[in-house]
Design a protein around this ligand. Structure first.
Ligand SMILES: *Cc1c(COP(=O)(O)O)cnc(C)c1O
Length: 356
């Protein structure tokens, strides 16, 4: 006997990365947060908050935010919908478009939440492996004709960007919606935003969690043609984005210069860290994100544990094709230096005989 639907009983549930409290002496390189603080303008808005904002319900459309995002991206505001993080928007798309008989399709490995949402919705699901060198399985994805096709670009945990020509072909050949999850776009060389403008079935997802250093705020947004936005609006919770998130997010969105400057520093540190990790014997994949997928020169799980004992958290995925790798978020240069020093100590000690 169970209180739950069979599909809920059958699922494992999403396992988030560890989240120690701010102030704990830990170098946190496990969930791809931005190592720099949010825009000073966003912080001062929060400090000066008029409590009246809390007494009232928020604007369900978050029009101020839509205005700011629209100006930053040169998109009309009725092409934009906000959500409680882009996770919420992924959920809205799944609820609006997928069910049994209406399939969710995505290449693997990718963001684990796509599977979780499909399982909750009891939707059919098809996972298609990426080819050699992260080649998108374009023909299979098109043949699958999902009601929803998810592509994270840049992708996690691989860090690669999907070529624009592949995304364009998908958009043109899919009858269902193509969701391009651009959580890491601020660290990438290109954006698929023009495809969201051009194609009636493309939804671009953005978040303030990574590029804008606001993961704790929970604010994301979708960009698509107005007929899609109107449909998704019917499914979302009216007040999923709170008044504080809207205010602070609007200030952050209006400070593109600050965001771009932080992203530039992260990208520079990323290239430096990649070189240093390679010198330690890691294999490191090219990245368009604020993290590196790496193959350590020794057992990945044991390296993860040894780092954790030294108060450095990185991400270890206990799943096929990833359980020999570590995903490492880019920290400040100081944090990255401590990571490299700690790794070289661990390896030179041959700690707990794990260099096997
Ligand atoms: C971090 C991440 C998200 C979640 O973003 P939120 O706005 O914090 O919910 C979505 N997709 C991918 C691929 C991510 O890495």
């Amino acid at each position: 006997m169970s209180y739950f639907r069979p599909s809920v009983d059958a699922m494992t549930g999403y396992v988030p990365g560890e989240q120690p409290k701010p102030g704990t002496p830990i170098i946190k390189l496990n969930t791809n947060e931005n190592p720099y603080p949010p825009s000073p303008n966003a912080i001062s808005i929060l400090r000066e908050l008029d409590p009246e904002w809390l007494r009232r319900y928020p604007d369900p459309y978050a029009n101020d935010f839509r205005q700011a995002a629209g100006e930053a991206l040169k998109i009309p505001k009725d092409w934009i919908m906000v959500g409680n993080g882009s996770d919420d928007l992924l959920n809205v798309v799944v609820r609006a478009c997928a069910e049994k008989g209406r399939k969710i399709v995505y290449p693997m490995p990718t963001y684990v939440l796509y599977r979780t949402l499909a399982e909750i919705q009891d939707a059919d699901r098809l996972e298609i492996p990426y080819g050699e060198n992260n080649q998108l399985p374009l023909d299979e994805l098109i043949a699958a004709q999902g009601a929803v096709t998810f592509i994270a670009s840049p992708n996690s945990p691989s860090g690669h960007g999907v070529p624009m020509s592949d995304l364009r072909q998908l958009a043109a050949n899919l009858k269902g919606v193509l969701v391009i999850d651009e959580a890491y776009v601020d660290f990438a060389e290109e954006t698929a935003l023009p495809l969201g403008v051009e194609f009636p079935n493309v939804i671009i997802l953005r978040t303030l969690s990574k590029g804008y250093s606001l993961a704790g705020l929970r604010l994301g947004f979708a960009i698509a043609q107005p007929h899609i936005i109107r449909g998704l609006f019917k499914v979302r919770d009216s007040y999923s984005v709170d008044a504080i998130a809207t205010l602070v997010g609007t200030a952050a969105m209006r400070d593109q210069d600050y965001k771009n400057e932080c992203a530039k520093k992260v990208k520079k540190s990323r290239e430096k860290l990649a070189i240093e990790l390679r010198q330690l014997g890691f294999e490191v994949w090219n990245s368009q994100t604020n993290f590196l997928l790496t193959l350590p020169p020794s057992n990945a799980a044991k390296t993860y544990e040894a780092l954790k004992r030294q108060n450095i958290l990185v991400r270890y995925f206990n799943q096929p094709s990833l359980d020999d790798k570590l995903r490492i978020s880019i920290g400040t240069d100081e944090q990255n230096r401590l990571l490299i020093n700690t790794l070289s100590q661990i390896f030179s000690r041959g700690e707990s005989g794990f260099l096997t």
